[in-house]
Design a binder for this molecule. Structure first.
Ligand SMILES: Nc1nc2c(c(=O)[nH]1)N[C@H]1C(S)=C(S)[C@@H](COP(=O)(O)OP(=O)(O)OC[C@H]3O[C@@H](n4cnc5c(=O)[nH]c(N)nc54)[C@H](O)[C@@H]3O)O[C@H]1N2
Ligand SMILES: Nc1nc2c(c(=O)[nH]1)N[C@H]1C(S)=C(S)[C@@H](COP(=O)(O)OP(=O)(O)OC[C@H]3O[C@@H](n4cnc5c(=O)[nH]c(N)nc54)[C@H](O)[C@@H]3O)O[C@H]1N2
Ligand SMILES: [Mo]
Length: 711
């Protein structure tokens, strides 16, 4: 293989004098595209220090979460043995059992449910951790259940769905070749620090940046223009940009004439969003809208980078995202160098050109041989294009038992605080006949389970990693799994013996399954093991540009669709119509009398990640008490000072937090991070406050009030 790749790393160094060995591995606390290379300094089989690897994309750096890796791995609350519940659900009373007993109980109960009410009565679920997903999905389908579900029912898949409806495929921005980048509701400095450096490099080379989002972020000072929208109004802003671009004739006429469907209707729709009208809706000055439209359409090539979730966490999120996407085609930046490139993922959400057959691996049984998925009745468009069950609908179906009962769940990293109306989700999960949760910690969700299994961290396991820079890696554990904890993959492959006895491939084991997935690449796990920091694969096939010229678009019309045929077929708006958030000062003036402020939740913080970082002292110290950000103007009106304890409330409830007075949030808006056990902001959001098409929760635009908390 030597002519195919360059090794990216030197070999391991032994520091004989100190007895400390440097072991390369990865930190996997955040998104799969980052997962920084780490040098773990190991002495007496314990990690004594972690350092960012110099040889990987993070170039020697680690973020706050990564740097706290040792406190995470060696946390006193780490689960170290399998547990079976002995007390009431939620009380946390468990007793240790052997792996053998735990796994045989799980097999017995899940197979019983399968016999009694069908395999579809069991959900196989993965939370934010993603690395076990290919194996878990295959296990579900080989068991006979269509219900593999994940956190992706709140994350990215609605963005992807919008792109599929517009273009037939998902697209990604080519930052390094673009002349102008429209960064729409994304804060890479917090959400993806090692990759945000590319943005600064491009900026130095002259990249123009337009930032869209209500919050001031570290990107703002690098942006040429910041369009500070009212939360939830992205669709109106996108249509206003289209209005200017069309009126001024600075769109790509040739592309629009030859390759698009529904331009006339779209143009008519955009006519209603002249900059002055849009200013009233979005709060963005008309003059800035015009400037941004001219800059974006006047730069060739230009690309749009949207976040994985903030544009779609609204009741009109999917259509807003479609309105944003439409700008790519309108300006002729679709699938061109430096625009938005169609580059399908190769393995676990990463596009790098190294061919695999992961899709084939995961779907071991066709949908037609299984029951309808959870959520298929309510969100058919999402289910048509996203090959999963809709986890947002699981709490409802567990209660209603319609169209069929859901009774069992095998979950890896289940966190009920991820759901809107998290208390509702919690009570739903309590109703299951049998719940298994695999986690590193005894979380509040794990306390609801019948069986809790201890997973190990990325420092203690081996996994296949793909990175955008054409790098592939089989990671090495730096230490043995703590206590009796095990890797998620080992647990899945053990369970396959009894839950999927007919699946010979799954039963051939973990590494053999990965070899099968990797077959088209020509690599095997055994080859990759020789390269502790991975390989750069040189001869990959990066998809060409303007593929549509040969193949057409993968939409029903074969064109880019301003008007979606699929949506029309489902009786939905085919145009990207703008609708107010269901709970906004404009659409719900009665509610706004008591709850006049706009609540947006979950904008990323550099030191927290969903539910996970709160237990790590070094990270909690950055924000010891729960905090809600509010503008000093709103604070003054309420007689509030920095750090005051306040009640943040919606019509559904209240949480007690400290007020953080900051101009990073505009007047009239309150921003709070989610997942906090003592102040769970998702209890303030109705479980059904969702986008009707994608089913995504509208975490980022609703109504609230802030008042001084009673002593
Ligand atoms: N440190 C850290 N990193 C993470 C995560 C984490 O929890 N912690 N989570 C990971 C996950 S799961 C995801 S999905 C990504 C998300 O990461 P990003 O896609 O970067 O999204 P956010 O940081 O949530 O929001 C980015 C910007 O969206 C804008 N925004 C906020 N509210 C609204 C709104 O109502 N409407 C619009 N249009 N824009 C709004 C704000 O200006 C905000 O700065 O981050 C990933 N990375
Ligand atoms: N209000 C509000 N709510 C939100 C969001 C928001 O912006 N606002 N964002 C939404 C989005 S985009 C997302 S992605 C979700 C986040 O989704 P969640 O799934 O809630 O994310 P986490 O809390 O990071 O992880 C869940 C669990 O996985 C466990 N875990 C970590 N690593 C492993 C592992 O290797 N193996 C196993 N078995 N378990 C592991 C953790 O300990 C934790 O208990 O939250 C969503 N909820
Ligand atoms: Mo996410």
């Amino acid at each position: 293989m030597n002519d195919r790749h360059a090794e990216t790393a030197n070999s391991l160094r032994d520091e004989k004098t100190t007895g400390t060995e440097i072991r390369p591995t990865i930190c996997s606390i955040c998104n799969p595209g980052s997962h920084c290379g780490v040098d773990a300094y190991v002495k007496n089989r314990r990690i004594v220090k972690v350092k960012g690897s110099m040889e990987t994309h993070n170039a020697g750096t680690l973020c706050a979460k990564g740097a706290a890796g040792r406190q995470y791995v060696y946390h006193a609350d780490r689960l170290t043995t399998p547990l079976i519940r002995t007390g009431e659900r939620g009380t946390g009373r468990f007793e240790p059992v052997s792996w053998k007993d735990a796994l045989s109980l799980i097999s017995k109960r899940l197979n019983e449910i399968k016999t009694q009410t069908g395999p579809e009565s069991v959900i196989f679920y993965a939370g934010y951790p993603k690395w076990m997903r290919p194996f878990l999905k295959r296990l579900a389908h080989s068991f006979g259940s269509p219900n593999y579900a994940s956190e992706s029912s709140t994350c990215h898949t609605a963005v992807k769905l919008a792109a599929i409806l517009n273009y037939g495929e998902d697209v990604s921005p080519e930052v390094d070749r673009a002349k102008c980048l429209l960064v729409w509701s994304r804060n890479p400095f917090y959400s993806n620090p090692p990759r945000s450096r590319g943005l600064l490099v491009a900026r130095k080379k002259g990249l123009k940046i337009i930032e869209v989002g209500p919050l001031v972020t570290p990107l703002t000072r690098h942006a040429d223009i910041h369009l500070r929208i009212r939360p939830g109004t992205s669709g109106a802003l996108a249509l206003a940009l289209a209005h200017v671009i069309i009126e001024e004739g600075i769109y790509d006429r040739d592309f629009v004439n030859r390759w698009t469907l529904g331009f006339d209707e779209y143009q008519n729709l955009a006519r209603g969003f002249a900059p002055d009208a849009a200013e009233k809706i979005t709060g963005v000055p008309a003059e800035l809208i015009v400037r941004a439209a001219r800059l974006f359409a006047g730069s060739k090539p230009a690309a749009i980078m949207t976040g994985a979730s903030p544009t779609v966490h609204h009741t009109n999120g999917l259509q807003n995202q479609r309105a944003i996407n439409a700008l790519v085609g309108l300006t002729g930046n679709f699938d061109v160098p430096g625009g938005n490139h169609v580059f399908p993922s190769n393995y676990l959400y990463i596009s790098n050109g190294v061919e695999t057959r992961d899709g084939e691996f995961m779907q071991s049984r066709p949908w037609s041989e299984m029951a309808p998925r959870v959520g298929e009745d309510k969100h058919p468009v999402w289910c048509r294009f996203i090959p999963e069950a809709h986890s947002m609908m699981a709490p409802f179906q567990i209660r209603s038992q319609k169209p069929y009962p859901i009774r069992g769940m095998l979950a890896f990293g289940l966190n009920y605080r991820m759901w809107p109306g998290s208390d509702f989700a919690r009570e739903s999960f309590k109703k299951l006949d049998f719940l298994v949760d695999v986690d590193l910690f005894m979380t509040d969700t794990a306390k609801l389970a019948d069986v809790v299994l201890p997973a190990c961290s990325s420092y203690e396991r081996s996994e296949l990693k793909f990175y955008p820079e054409k790098r592939i890696l089989w990671t090495r554990p730096a230490i043995e799994p703590l206590g009796q904890s095990r890797s998620d993959a080992d647990i899945i492959f053990d369970l396959a013996e009894t839950l999927a006895p007919d699946d010979d491939l799954l039963r051939s084991g973990y590494e053999a399954s990965v070899d099968w997935i990797l077959k088209p690449s020509g690599f095997k796990v055994a080859d990759l093991k020789q390269y502790p920091r991975g390989l750069i694969v040189n001869d990959v096939s990066i998809p060409p540009y303007r593929k549509y010229e040969k193949e057409g678009f993968k939409t029903p019309s074969g064109k880019m669709e301003f008007t979606s045929i699929v949506l029309a077929d489902h009786g939905l708006d085919s145009l990207p119509i703008y609708r107010e958030p269901v709970l906004s000062p404009v659409s719900a003036p009665e509610t706004a009398k008591d709850f006049p402020l706009i609540l947006t939740t979950g904008a990323r913080l550099p030191f927290f990640i969903h539910s996970r970082a709160y237990r790590v002292p070094r990270l909690l110290h950055f924000q010891p008490d729960p905090m809600a950000d509010m503008n000093p103007v709103d604070a003054r009106e309420r007689d509030l000072n920095q750090g005051d304890w306040v009640l943040l409330s919606t019509s559904r409830g209240a949480v007690r937090v400290r007020a953080n007075l900051t101009e990073t949030v505009p007047p009239g808006v309150v921003n709070m991070y989610h997942g906090r056990p003592e102040a769970d902001v998702n209890t303030l959001i109705d479980p059904d406050y969702r986008d009707p098409i994608s089913g995504f929760p509208a975490f980022k635009s609703l109504l609230c009030e802030v008042k001084k908390a009673p002593e």
